[in-house]
Design a protein around this ligand. Structure first.
Ligand code: ZN
Length: 334
């Protein structure tokens, strides 16, 4: 597994890179980060931001194992895994349960996201592994064909990525609604499998979403740690044409990455993205078919014990959701 190796320690990165970092366009964000975060974390965030080079057109190789590394046996090894018996004691995916996510306050008439629509896409579905024939169907993503959906990964102890993504998505919805946004989920664990990636994209398009975020966690080798945000590449083919969303999606992704690092204390991935926490991919149907600003976030590596300890923590998931929400507010609310 490729590693870019470690990011520099906080104390090593006080100098400003001459490269064009995204923070230079966002002095207010930097000030905000510096004001809000502990000095060490702020220093660390800036280190990460400044040290990352993200030349245009950079196309880090997609993680081949990102969503396909889980062998069917992986699920067999964890029979009976259900939201209610997850090893972390994590909240049920029952949307009505207060433990699943904070109960959103009634959406205020006004808020920084009043009038905005955000589509939140909980990656995968806890039922996908029982419906492999359906999710293995090939669908047209414009630039080619891919499986309708994938099972997602798990932690070594069996906490499913689909449980994680749904829980974070509920928390994210609550945070966004508290800011006055209209939030649409692509699914609510109310269907046996899917939806297909084509439908996930279509939901965002038909909602005329101002921003779309697909929530995931990665499944790569132990030792690979940290989060990354996946941005759409410029692609054109069939129904896919991302020319208009590449720019705004990058800004959305940068906002989310910076805020996610701040709220969670997590570092950008050490195995791709050159320490920036940003990766461009041209092979994801959910991005290729989107006509609205959209990113994926891989919140951590479920196969790494240290990352898994965070991903299975409800408290950490709340921080993760808040970071994503703050990034969206920064993108949409100014
Ligand atoms: Zn995933």
């Amino acid at each position: 597994m490729r590693k870019d190796d470690s990011y520099p320690p906080p104390e090593s990165g006080s100098s400003v890179s001459p490269d064009r970092p995204w923070f230079t366009r966002r002095s207010t964000l930097v000030v905000g980060v510096a004001a809000l975060a502990p000095a060490c974390l702020a220093g660390w965030v800036l280190t990460q931001v400044l040290s990352g080079s993200e030349p245009d057109g950079q196309q880090p190789r997609p993680l081949p194992a990102s969503h396909s590394s889980l062998s069917p046996g992986g699920w067999d090894a964890k029979p009976g895994s259900t939201p209610s018996d997850s090893p972390s004691g994590s909240p049920s995916t029952d949307a009505s349960s207060p433990a699943a996510a904070p109960v959103p306050a009634p959406a205020p008439a006004k808020g920084r996201l009043a009038g905005k629509t955000v589509v939140v896409d909980p990656g995968h579905n806890t039922g996908n592994f029982k419906h492999t024939d359906e999710i293995d169907q090939q669908v047209d993503i414009g630039t080619g064909h891919k499986e309708c959906d994938t099972t997602g990964t798990t932690t070594n102890s069996g906490y499913m990525e689909a449980e994680f993504t749904y829980d974070v998505s509920l928390r994210l919805r609550a945070a966004l609604e508290a800011q006055g946004a209209k939030v649409v989920l692509t699914h609510q664990q109310d269907r046996p499998w899917g939806p297909c990636i084509t439908e996930r994209a279509r939901i965002g398009n038909e909602a005329n979403a101002d921003a779309v975020v697909s929530v995931h966690a990665d499944g790569v080798s132990a030792g690979s740690r940290g989060f990354h945000v996946i941005l759409p590449a410029k692609v054109k083919g069939g129904a896919a044409d991302t020319a208009k969303i590449v720019g705004p999606s990058r800004e959305l992704g940068e906002r989310i990455a910076g805020n996610f690092a701040r709220t969670t204390g997590s570092a950008p991935a050490n195995y791709l993205g050159s320490g920036t926490g940003l990766v461009v991919r041209d092979d994801l149907g959910g991005l290729n078919l989107s006509t609205r600003p959209k990113v994926f976030i891989e919140c951590g590596n479920m196969r790494d014990a240290k990352d898994a300890a965070q991903l299975t923590s409800p408290e950490w998931r709340q921080k993760a959701a808040q970071g994503i929400a703050d990034g969206i507010v920064g993108f949409l609310g100014g």
